[in-house]
Design a protein. Sequence first.
Length: 96
Amino acid sequence: MGTPSKGRIVWNHSTHLPGLIPILERLTYCEGISTITPAVIGNTKSNIPLLKIKISVPIRGGFKLIARKGKTFQEVFILTSLGQEDLAAAIAQALR
């Protein structure tokens, strides 16, 4: 068989959460992840010093994630064949 296919990141925004893109790049190498799309960026009231990514809700073909750092959040959409637990494990691995 050939080499496993690498997922891709859709570049539709010029601004991203600091430190988010290298983590998303690592996720593109995860088997079962086809497309990662960073989306809306915004501000929150609470402050989270370290970058955190959590799975928010299922979407058709994948999941919506929320990445947070400082007082900023960014939505990220992932199209994947992975289940929620496997995706959470892949995210935890990419955050290391």
